[in-house]
Design a protein around this ligand. Structure first.
Ligand SMILES: [Zn+2]
Length: 235
């Protein structure tokens, strides 16, 4: 069956395989249609020429391919780990601020569910703290670049930091959580907090689940702090 010229991009391995072989996607990194600017501060940004189809999905994929090329991530890397492409939401909701004072940004449905979770946690006596929510492709690429610049091997880096395009934080469904008083957020010590135990019992009722338990299939390190919303828990 002939493939549509501009297929819609869903989060599944088969389609991603096709996409990565798509001549159009390949052209993105081999022609001047998309330029990657790597500044001295490690910022990666991109520009597309008007001749390129810049529908949001195409543009996102094009940027993912170019980011990977710029970071030296093998073309088939995400496929070998069966990581789903995490496309950004059309828009997000800002509600509250995170640990660094940035707005907490989540996709609309996830934002509503998270608000309900936070209210319930407060009723139970906890003060939840958001460390990270929606994250752009450029932000993710910067995190990877910074780790590489510290001399860490790519394979290890990508077990801790998802390759750009494949972080659940792009989707606006994921939050990294801490709780007031926690000294070192984003460490395994979070699993020893009463708030983590509460999340284990109650977060599922709000549609949130732990994405990366120990020995997860995606091959990420154990992340007791990373919770993601799914409208359909069986999906
Ligand atoms: Zn996370």
């Amino acid at each position: 069956m002939a493939r549509a010229r501009h297929p819609r991009y869903h989060d599944n391995r088969r389609e991603l395989t096709d996409l990565m072989r798509d001549p159009w996607a390949i052209a993105c990194q081999s022609t001047s249609s998309l330029a990657i600017i790597h500044t001295g501060t490690g910022t990666i940004s991109s520009t597309t020429s008007p001749s390129v189809d810049t529908t949001p999905d195409n543009r996102f994929l094009c940027e993912v391919v170019a980011c990977h090329a710029a970071l030296g991530i093998p073309r088939d890397y995400a496929l070998t780990r069966s990581l789903p492409l995490e496309t950004p939401p059309p828009f997000w909701i800002e509600d509250g601020v995170d640990l660094q004072g940035r707005p907490v940004r989540l996709a609309p449905e996830a934002s509503r569910a998270f608000r309900a979770l936070v209210d319930a946690a407060r009723d139970a006596g906890f003060v939840p703290v958001v460390v990270s929510s929606y994250r752009s492709l450029a932000h993710q690429a910067r995190l990877v670049r910074q780790a590489l610049d510290r001399g860490q091997p790519l394979e290890g880096v990508l077990r801790r930091i998802a390759p750009p395009g494949f972080s659940e934080h792009h989707s606006g469904r994921a939050v990294d959580l801490s709780v007031a008083g926690e000294r070192e957020p984003l460490t395994e010590a979070f699993e020893d907090t009463a708030f983590y135990r509460w999340l284990g019992e109650r977060a599922g009722g709000f549609g949130f689940r732990l994405s990366y338990p120990r020995n997860n299939r995606a091959g990420f390190i154990y992340e007791p702090w990373h919770w993601a919303y799914r409208a359909d828990p069986t999906a």
